[in-house]
Design a protein around this ligand. Sequence first.
Ligand code: R2B
Length: 301
Amino acid sequence: MAPILLNCMGNDHNEYIKQHVQVKNPYLDTMEEDILYHFSLSTKTHNLPEMFGDIKFVCVGGSANRMKAFAQFIHQELELPGNPEEIIDICEGTDRYSMYKVGPVLSISHGMGVPSISIMLHELIKLLHHAQCRDVVLFRLGTSGGVGLAPGTVVITDKAVDYSFRPQFEQVVLGKVITRSTELDEGVANELLQCSSELQNIPTVIGNTMCTHDFYEGQGRLDGALCSFSHAEKVEYLRKAYEAGVRNIEMESTVFAAMCRVCGLKGIFLTKCTILQVELLYPLISLRQYWSLKTYVVQNR
Ligand code: R2B
């Protein structure tokens, strides 16, 4: 279990808090064992600091196959030894999520929608805490429906907003609604926008991302099994969304942003707009480029 710096005061303590992932649960450190059920990992059966202590980037995306392909891509990008085809799913003991570690990068699938990504994030944040990881950046790479943008445009999320365009996530806890803020790290978003300007043919914007709890009616689609509105009403809603700064719509951003904020994780939401929302997203912003930039910044500090 990760040691807690009980007697750390002042600057050292602030530095520790800034660098480490913070779990916000007083019960955790009193537990003899923490089981990460949906990863099939535990603090008793696995040496989490040894397995994950060097993680600097965590990239999450919806599908297991896509995150495996992403891990293989990063393996090649970072020119790591070994055969990328042979990378192993760390969560093979369960079929809930898939997880691959390539150098300092962890690639994990999260399924679709807020409940699914939320379970994954609880266990990921605890994993990073137990492993005593420092200065971790968390990316979601995914697909989304663009609002007023050309298909293929990448949106770096500034704020995740709910169906009423409010930058907040509502969680029901013990029957009461708790509201958490959903603004993401502005500095990292700007850094990535800068990186993307150096890549050709990848239109990238920073904007608000609207999170819905349904893919069909919730996103104003006319082709679900149910449709309770007219085409004109859909257009009007999307127009209002655009005016409120929304540039794309998907299904995970609010809980992602809220949990990153509370736990002191730098979160980046990077989604590519597609018309049909089925296109695979490959790393449009080279992590390697971002990684060298980060290393450079740290070395020259
Ligand atoms: C984007 O794509 C999925 C729905 O097709 C969902 O996970 C999302 O946010």
